[in-house]
Design a protein around this ligand. Sequence first.
Ligand SMILES: [Zn+2]
Length: 256
Amino acid sequence: MTRRLYFTVDADRDANIPIPGVSAAGSIDRGSGTGPRFTSSERGMSVLADLLDDLGVRGTFFMEGRTAEVTECSVLSGHCIGLHGYDHEDLLGTETGVVPDVREVLRRGYDAVSDALSRPTCFRAPYMTADRSVLEAVRELGITADSSFYTSVGGPTDPYELHGMTEYPVPKTRDSRGKTIAAYLWPMHEGRRVPEDYVRMAEGMTTLVLATHTWHMVETRDGGVMGPGWVRENAERVRDVISGILDLGFEPSVIG
Ligand SMILES: [Zn+2]
């Protein structure tokens, strides 16, 4: 059986945070408020595009509509393009207390991403929060592949059918110390995990959906914008994760 690695990236506003009472997301306040910033996201796209080109791997980029409009995202053409909302909306209202018009924001995001790059062929909900009605709205756009859910800890990682879509879950499992690890590279970018943790995670799997964010290539949540040395080391770590998993016999694949 072919083992498949899906390297997925959320291309969204820098260090995004939900803002109570507002559907659209902001960015962490670094001294000039929580308005959305896109500089790190744009820089991260180039870092990832170079890295993936070098490895001969096509990625799956879940694009936020607004990010597609305001960044030079053409470096991602050639990769698989998905949708990630328009303004990184909290689609279920669980984080913000505001439920947006889901159909409207998804259509707006779809059109923005189509104009900037190409028609999205898959979907990931901002904050990984979706339900049946969200997936039905996504399907109305002609999209039939989704990656908005985690597996249970240690649960099956292969794609499955969910509300008329093919679902590619993001795995959660336990590391060698018994601690829960998700297939988001987030803690590694923040300096709290090492590439081997993710390679080891892949060992028992036939499908692995790995995930990160564009901005996280050049900015940490806790420490702000990275210096050039850390940007290089951070990219090397991502390379070590991907090549370590490919060395296990995985084939790089795209969602949708
Ligand atoms: Zn996001």
